[in-house]
Design a protein around this ligand. Sequence first.
Ligand code: HCA
Ligand code: CU
Length: 472
Amino acid sequence: MIEILDSTLREGEQTPYVNFLVEEKLEIARLLDLVGVEMIEAGDPSVSPKVAEAVKKIAELGLRAEIVAHSLARRENIQRARDCGAQRVAIFYPTSSIHLDVKLRKTPQEVIDIISEHVAYARSLGLKVRYTPEDASRTDLEFLIQACNAAIQAGADRISFADTVGILKPDEVFERISTLRQHLLPCAIDLHLHNDHGLALANAMAGIRAGANCIHTTVNGMGERCGIPDLAEVIMVYHNLEGVQKYRLPPLMALVDYVEKVSGFFAAPNKPVTGQNAFSHKSGVHTNGVLKDPRTYEPFDPALLGRERKIVIDKYTGKSAVLARLAEYGVEVRPDELEQILIEIKNLGDHRKQIFDADILDIAERVTGRAIDIIPREIEAMIMLEVESHVYTTSVVRRLRSFRNVKSLFEISGEFDVSAMVSVENVMALNNLIEEIRRLPGVKRTETRLILKKYPSNGKVSSPSGPALERN
Ligand code: HCA
Ligand code: CU
């Protein structure tokens, strides 16, 4: 069995240019609690007054998750953690020689004394204590054991093994955690593993197999540099591959969407589990298989996450995908017509980055000679925004970039400040999107124009963000 500590609000906020408002942190904490993570690392109250306020308000929410405050080994900082009402303080102090010799200039004995003193102090304030040997992965193993046992003796019941610079491999994590398990006094072991070599999740799994208890995560794997394991990936790996089904999957996407929106930090489309493309199929061979039985090319049912599979239609498409897409619109075609429609789709696809349903319906209409009076589900629109005069336009743009439906953005001159090209499934989705954009801090008003028809500017291939309807 595993436990999860999510640190989106602490490690995640250490992502360059990511800063949450207090209200946003409360909402993230609520969503994390719905998912069911065991611990929420809510922040280091000594970073700033607002971070302290957020930790305090999260502690007051009365969530099921244990609320953890992060802290340097300093008495006044630990006191602040207590004053915020956190149930646990996570005290970090490095143990590797590079940190001790270069950064702190401390002898091993001084380190042991500092750790013991501050853990004991936190305990005396009534806090549960986790001790993190920062840079544990580059620490002499014997000294690491000594430092951790000093912390446990002083009252810590958790040790967080930190691969602070992400340099370990799974077999090394396995060995280290096995050794710690043998030599540490009774305690829970957390794994805080940075992803600098893309091994964080594999390392976490190895650590758990070796006897560690808890994995630290963030939404979208945010954090310093390349971050730490992604919450949704950890949950799905354990759910699908290790039979651990104690976390609630449905709120995960809402959490990811919300964090993307308020952080302006959005995942690559090919990110596992929550990425835009995770359940999209493109080549004729793949889509043909998926349409017969999705298990042919899907590792698990997207419905587990409340997601839908998507068939992408372009030059790689095969007949079955086109037939299925037309059928969705209630359009029936004969085999010879289908043949011709496919040829035309491939021709168009050779000159375009993206093909819309409008194009497919257009081609079908032309090839069959029958009028198809259907509005495609995807519609394109241009939303123009006026930004409040005291607000940086770029801050609004940054937030807009996190909306999945926003395809391109322009800062413009004149009456409006920003123009956003959006592509949505239907008018209702467009209305919702406009509402959301209007609610963004700093947005004064919006005006929306539906795109009726698009032309390439010079007959050349259109840009990825502005695929054109090449009619006539
Ligand atoms: C840091 C500290 C830390 C602490 C991890 C933990 C790390 O260097 O910013 O307390 O579990 O990576 O060592 O995030
Ligand atoms: Cu870290």
